[in-house]
Design a protein around this ligand. Structure first.
Ligand SMILES: Nc1nc2c(c(=O)[nH]1)N[C@H]1C(S)=C(S)[C@@H](COP(=O)(O)O)O[C@H]1N2
Ligand SMILES: [Mo]
Length: 177
């Protein structure tokens, strides 16, 4: 049997042997050329640039503090996340009062960086926050290589932390099971 010099090596071996490296293998931070909208939705969908371009778009200008670049002001073009969720149809339990208020969206990147938003914050009759899955700048040019095909843009955020680049998955979930 293989001997391991460290616990870490043993864990790494076990992960490899039993398929547990999915996390590490899929967190390479590469350029995202598509993402999947999935989770608690009736219509899971994969989006590529050409798919996003077919949908109604809006523009948002954000001014945010970036740890690396300081204060950044940038305009983005993208699809309303609320509209995407409406088309995907969030699965709801009709026996639970306001079940929609228990739902969140997790936006995950190729480097496994992730941020969540409450679905209610997007709904017109609740938070009504303007949130885009952006795929172009203000002039319709594709995003930069480091931003990937799609980036989460949240109007009004003052810090860049939730502006997730290289989106690879948009996952609808519930606050509790
Ligand atoms: N995928 C991914 N997106 C990310 C991050 C990250 O580490 N990975 N960092 C966030 C943070 S903390 C900031 S401040 C901004 C910085 O974005 P910028 O360098 O394009 O201004 O991106 C956000 N989006
Ligand atoms: Mo940041």
């Amino acid at each position: 049997m293989t001997r391991f010099r460290t616990l870490a090596a043993a864990v790494a071996f076990a992960a490899l042997a039993f398929g547990g490296t999915a996390q590490a293998a899929s967190c390479d931070g590469g350029f995202s050329s598509s993402f999947k909208l999935r989770g608690e939705v009736e219509n899971p969908t994969t989006f590529k640039l050409k798919d996003l371009k077919k949908l109604p778009s809006s523009r948002v200008t954000v001014t945010y503090f970036s740890g690396s670049a300081g204060l950044v002001t940038q305009t983005y073009t993208g699809v309303s996340l609320n509209d995407m969720l409406a088309a995907a149809v969030i699965k709801l339990d009709p026996t639970r009062k306001n079940d929609i208020l228990r739902k969140y969206v997790a936006v995950r990147a190729t480097d496994c960086y992730e941020a969540i938003i409450a679905v209610a914050d997007l709904l017109p009759n609740f938070g009504a926050q303007q949130v885009l899955i952006a795929y172009a700048d203000g002039n319709g040019q594709p995003l930069s290589e480091t931003e990937g095909m799609a980036r989460l843009i949240i109007a009004g955020d003052k810090q860049g932390g939730r502006l997730v680049s290289n989106v690879k998955a948009v996952i609808v979930g519930s606050a509790e099971d």
